[in-house]
Design a binder for this molecule. Structure first.
Ligand SMILES: *Cc1c(COP(=O)(O)O)cnc(C)c1O
Length: 469
């Protein structure tokens, strides 16, 4: 019997391949090829496995034992601890910086705000990752693939967190250099400061995120640079681990709901793939429902799914519906607009993969306003979990679904807190202390906690303190 940990012989590249997500794609590609779309159909690619040849532990409980073996970097990682569930890389090629040390926690104060029974609201706090957002779960996998394919330069377009994550992996490992594309004026300073500090070369485009992404996709194709946006199928493999850790936090009991903010829809797509595979492998017997929450000012998925009825349709979603929607968006010169900058995206690249996830998870989509997002964020903060605005969308969405009677108070609901509070301090200060930070919100927010300005005078300070009691 091995003591602590498992054999990692199962994690080997010849078990994995890439395939287009459309049933009309017949070709498959080796795991060593650098592709972001299927050349046949122009759709995104999936990483697929020959599961019959992977030695997956018979029960999910076995993964937990690896916590006892933390001196092995692969067991320490909250992603690679589950390596048999993303077996595309030879173990010696894996790039890890200790990502995924995040755990599921209950919060009754936030639960009360949402309208849940005590003990039924859970927060998966991904802000605790090395770069402060869930993106590290995916970037450890993309960096691994970049290394496997000998990439010298990696690039991404970013609203901030993808670049912070890619930059930290490059800085910490020195395996490749990094180019970051950002739009003009729409990046939170916490995030921008990270890429600059970690040494990434930053290129600011006069346009928004959707423009920056379109450019970086062309640049990478033209110059042979390794692309790390979530069109990269390997990133999504790493992000599956967020769901493994959620299940682990619930002692492998499947919750009723997963609620996640939707931007480029990589996370929701990865979650759906995680559950689909776990069910195929017989490791879970049911799948939670998935709620994807858009900001009202960037609600493409909400409009397409809930208002126009777009569905996965066995891999053949109505492309003309999508095309018409985007044509109108262009004609109207409609731009994404929300304070939650991480989800300020109007053309989500993982749209079709997300439709598949919604199908697998009997999912639904909701939109919430910036005011609802910021109120939820303030309640999350007051509950002891600081997060950035985009993350607040998950709790605001859960509250809305509870009010609509879709979520019952006794359901077990997991909200994903995608990024750390310190990513975007301007948003936080702007909410609580609008005089200190020009506020876009004319009404006094419901949970504002402004600083009290007092003269430099002991008696006056004591007066204020007595009132506080
Ligand atoms: C990237 C990001 C999102 C959006 O995730 P998608 O996978 O693009 O839908 C949400 N919140 C934070 C903090 C992010 O960094």
């Amino acid at each position: 019997m091995p003591t602590g940990g498992f054999s990692i012989a199962a994690a080997s590249a010849d078990l994995a391949y890439q395939a287009g997500i459309s049933p009309d794609a017949s070709e498959t590609f080796g795991v060593g090829e650098v592709l972001t779309v299927c050349p046949q159909t122009n759709d995104l690619l999936d990483v697929c496995y020959d599961w019959d040849r992977v030695e997956v532990p018979a029960s999910l409980k076995e993964f937990e034992r690896r916590w006892g073996n933390r001196s092995n970097p692969l067991d320490f990682s909250g992603v690679w601890r589950f390596r048999e569930l993303l077996p595309f890389a030879p173990p010696e090629q894996i790039v890890t910086i200790g990502e995924g040390q995040t755990i599921l926690q209950t919060s009754d104060p936030v639960g009360r705000y949402v309208g849940m029974n005590p003990g039924n609201l859970f927060l998966q706090y991904e802000g605790l990752n090395p770069s402060g957002s869930f993106k590290d779960n995916g970037m450890t996998a993309a960096s691994t693939h970049a290394r496997m394919t000998g990439a010298k330069i990696a690039a991404c377009a970013s609203t901030g967190n993808t670049s912070a994550s890619l930059a930290i992996y490059a800085g910490a490992t020195r395996l490749f250099r990094v180019l970051v594309f950002i739009g003009s004026g729409k990046i939170a300073y916490g995030k921008l400061s990270q890429s600059l500090d970690y040494g990434a070369r930053t290129i600011q485009i006069e346009g928004d995120f959707d423009d920056a992404l379109a450019q970086v996709r062309r640049v990478c194709a033209e110059a042979g640079i390794y692309l790390c946006n979530s069109v990269n199928p390997f990133r999504l493999e790493g992000q599956k681990a967020i769901m493994y850790r959620v299940l682990e936090g619930l002692h492998w009991d499947v919750p009723d709901w997963i609620v996640v903010p939707g931007g480029n829809l990589g996370n929701s797509s990865a979650f759906g793939k995680a559950f689909l595979e776990l069910r195929q492998l017989g490791l879970i017997d049911r799948i939670p429902r998935l709620a994807v929450i858009n900001a009202h000012g960037a609600n493409t998925l909400y409009e397409l799914y809930e208002e126009h009825g777009l569905r996965w349709n066995a891999g053949r979603p109505d492309q003309s519906l999508i095309d018409r929607f985007y044509e109108k968006m262009t004609a109207d010169e409609r731009r994404a607009q929300t304070l939650a900058s991480a989800i300020e995206i109007n053309r989500p690249v993982n749209l079709k993969k997300c439709l598949r996830a919604l199908e697998v998870c009997d999912g639904l989509v909701r939109e919430v306003t910036d005011a609802e997002i910021l109120d939820a964020k303030a309640q999350i903060g007051a509950g002891g979990f600081g997060c950035e605005p985009a993350s607040g969308a998950s709790v605001a969405g859960a509250k809305l679904l509870r009010a609509q009677g879709v979520i019952a108070p006794g359901d077990r609901v997991v909200c994903i807190l995608t990024g750390h509070q310190l990513k975007d301090p301007n948003a936080t200060v702007g909410y609580h202390a609008p005089q200190a930070e020009a506020s876009k919100n004319p009404e006094k927010p419901a949970f504002a906690n402004p600083p009290l300005v007092v003269a430099n005078d002991f008696e006056k300070i004591m007066e204020v303190i007595r009132r506080f009691e």
